[in-house]
Design a protein around this ligand. Sequence first.
Ligand SMILES: Nc1nc2c(ncn2[C@@H]2O[C@H](COP(=O)(O)OP(=O)(O)OP(=O)(O)O)[C@@H](O)[C@H]2O)c(=O)[nH]1
Length: 319
Amino acid sequence: MTIRSRIYLKTNKIEIFILSGFLGSGKSTLLAKLLDFEKQQGRQIGVIMNEMGQVSIDSKVISNEVPLKELLNGCICCNLQGELSLQLKTLIEEYELDAIYIESTGAAHLIEVVDACTHPLIIHNLEIKGIITLVNAKQWRDGKMSIRLKKLLKEQIKYANIIILNKIDTIEEGELDSLINSIRQVNPNGHIIPSTHAEIDPNIVSLSTVSTIENRPKELNVNEHAHLHLETLAFPLNSPIHRIEFEKWLNTYSGQLYRAKGFIKLIESPGIFLFNYSYGFSIFERCKINNSYPQTLVFIGENLDHKEIETMLLKIKSS
Ligand SMILES: Nc1nc2c(ncn2[C@@H]2O[C@H](COP(=O)(O)OP(=O)(O)OP(=O)(O)O)[C@@H](O)[C@H]2O)c(=O)[nH]1
């Protein structure tokens, strides 16, 4: 059995929708509307809310019926990434959910939130279906922000498959087209929806999801978002790999690999290792877990060459 065909035996994944956007752009407003919609559809939804402060304000508006986990006093992408993975695992184990909505803080780097959702412990239970970024129309039009903030907003726009240009009541009607064009320059493929009070057709979220599934080649192990440049490849492994050869490959890979991680066995040393790679650094940490623990490697990046990675893995694993 090949590496890829094994992956497709996994079914019943819980859908993940990540809500992003700078502070006050309208994430909670949108979340409330999407939850109403989901309730009408009879779907079981869980929510994870991340707020920078110690006390959650936004979560108070969520109905008691909705399983809710709060990540307070920090940002998923800075110090709560592991916590998000754990909360996702808890929600998966405690409830029978159709989908989980994650509201990130306004400062979150989307790539780190996606990263937490693709932890090797949960990746096979989840499927990221929507990355929705809200943009405050006036803030974007004015452009009065630090280079750093501009970079963050651009990043949040770039990695979304749906961009909601919210608060258009705060700009002139004639300014809308040029704002849409400037967003399109950052993300040419995302679905851009102008709105006031996040009044969008909630079906757009699920419809974009459906087309993503249909577009996905069935035989490939690619958690790919058709309108996103970011993709995640996960490979189960059934034998140890050669650490030195693997690191050599990582250091010379010419593609845009932002992150790699997993639980693996190495030819060089016994035991199971937690592997982490980011920004050119690899770390292998021996784990105190059962030796029969399933091995998985996850790669996150842009335009990843899955064939090349699969070939590399076949080359570096023990026969
Ligand atoms: N004028 C106007 N106000 C809006 C619009 N959408 C949301 N708001 C208001 O803007 C404020 C912030 O909205 P939220 O939905 O809390 O924004 P958020 O992104 O969750 O905010 P954070 O918690 O800071 O991340 C609220 O008072 C909303 O009612 C809009 O389209 N126009």
